[in-house]
Design a protein around this ligand. Sequence first.
Ligand SMILES: Cc1cc2nc3c(=O)[nH]c(=O)nc-3n(C[C@H](O)[C@H](O)[C@H](O)COP(=O)(O)OP(=O)(O)OC[C@H]3O[C@@H](n4cnc5c(N)ncnc54)[C@H](O)[C@@H]3O)c2cc1C
Length: 311
Amino acid sequence: MKRELPIAALRSACEYKELFDLSRISTMRVGGLARYFFKPVSKEELCRLLDILDEVGYPYKLIGGASNTLFCDDVYEGAVISTRGLGSISREGSSFLCEAGVSLASLLSYAAGCGYGGAEQLWHIPGTLGGAVAGNAGAHGLEVFDVLEGVYIRRGLDGRCVELSPELLEPSYRTTKIKCGADITVLGATVGLDFSNAEDILRQKRKFAQMRAKTQPIGEPSLGSVFKRSDGVSAAFYIDKLGLKGYRVGGAAISDKHAGFIVAERGASPKDVLRLIAIIKEKVHDAFGIGLECEIDIVGGADVLFDRTEK
Ligand SMILES: Cc1cc2nc3c(=O)[nH]c(=O)nc-3n(C[C@H](O)[C@H](O)[C@H](O)COP(=O)(O)OP(=O)(O)OC[C@H]3O[C@@H](n4cnc5c(N)ncnc54)[C@H](O)[C@@H]3O)c2cc1C
């Protein structure tokens, strides 16, 4: 049964847009429409909104920088909620208290300004702290959970907001309880950094930026690495071995620079991306017997997947 949104109650809770084009916020610049799009400006506003949606059982999807999420349906029949309006950062000694919508770059840049660093590996990961916590983002041997001291969450179960010790979110390689479907919203987190020298921080930041620029299609619309490593071997290794760099479906192509990235050209649709993902999985499975698992979060797209299994 189609659930209706309690518009009157929501109007007082948070501003919203209808039929919002999600390609506008995706780092891949693809996506369908969201039936409703909300951008709360405080934790209180976000929680009030979630309380209302939970009460009526209306579906919603949290989004930070949308740098790891692919919305596949023409219309997502629910509410997409951006945390980008939750952007405050403060400091208590070496601990940085951030709201979920703060980008990793803003957090690390703020901390560097206070003379703290040690997590420069994470600087160039696009997206928000909330998204990084949900997926345990990481790079160059450091994961976000390595520097987390606490996480402030709202539990969907009872709507309560509590501070958690990070390990309770069960982080492992590019995943947590949240990414595995637990009904938890990250409202904010505390990140612990080391007292550092400004020049060292800058040098490290530059080093990691150069490493990325050498190996990744920076500046092209993408969602980063599409697949997780499999038994420690990158998906790019298998895809490259099959000579698939440059292989395309519609406007979606496997990057010539990094076989684990799919880049979108003008006019690409999320379904092109999804079809390409399905083809890559099939080819890698047929050739190596490896079942690649997606690192990106795919929302919807059942029609494409169903279409393939029917053939
Ligand atoms: C060029 C490029 C390079 C990248 N390099 C890396 C890299 O080196 N390492 C890496 O790990 N990733 C990398 N990524 C992927 C991506 O940037 C990270 O996964 C990032 O942490 C996602 O953050 P986000 O805010 O964009 O998340 P989104 O895409 O907005 O969301 C991701 C998931 O988290 C959930 N979520 C978001 N916010 C919250 C919240 N507040 N509470 C609960 N759930 C939430 C969403 O529902 C979704 O399931 C890269 C992406 C690009 C485009």
